[in-house]
Ligand binder design. Sequence first.
Ligand code: DX5
Ligand code: ZN
Length: 221
Amino acid sequence: MVRSAPLIAPSILAADFARLGEEAAAVQQAGADWLHVDVMDGHFVPNITIGPDVVKALRPHVTIPMDVHLMIAPADPYLEAFRNAGADILSVHPEAGPHLNRTLQRIRALGAKAGVVFNPSTDPSVIQWMMEDVDLILVMSINPGFGGQSFMTSQLRKIAALRAMIDATGRDIPLEVDGGVTPQTAKLCVEAGATALVAGTAVFKGGPAAYAANIAALRGA
Ligand code: DX5
Ligand code: ZN
């Protein structure tokens, strides 16, 4: 089977936060397809990062889609603020609220793509009866909360299972992987059926002069 190169979504969590706009522009210039933005609330995950105002401030610095990963609970009260700030994709964890389907409907009603994120322990069956309501699937290959963790190979079978579920729909739903993605683990993800890769450490290591080569190394996986 011939697979096309995966989309690369650098996670700004690994950028220099004092120069966030420049960093976002630099990874776009270096070939990034999407900008991945990790939103954490210190409640759903044990870390606090950024909110809608930072997404809004970043928006003029890039033209690529902003892929906003919400690690917050509840997520529903903040969807509109993130959409208004310029998010193109809004992804939520099923554990963040009692009505995943309603949350996805709200995201679409706001005009954004609706994504579902799977923690390492979350079963693919959670979306089995609502595949038509999903625009993106994101598989965590680490426990969410921090960059720089090691890739969990246990999640490769889940990527493959979700690949089969997507193929059965006949729709082209991006299958994204997040956490510990390196050129080595990227290859395993793509072989399992991933079409988009989030990478923080592997993109931002070495500073701006290295971004293009870092992205190319991931895409070539
Ligand atoms: C962690 C975030 C990831 C993180 C990935 O909760 O969702 O996007 O930035 O960082 P690396 O690529 O360093 O594992
Ligand atoms: Zn993320």
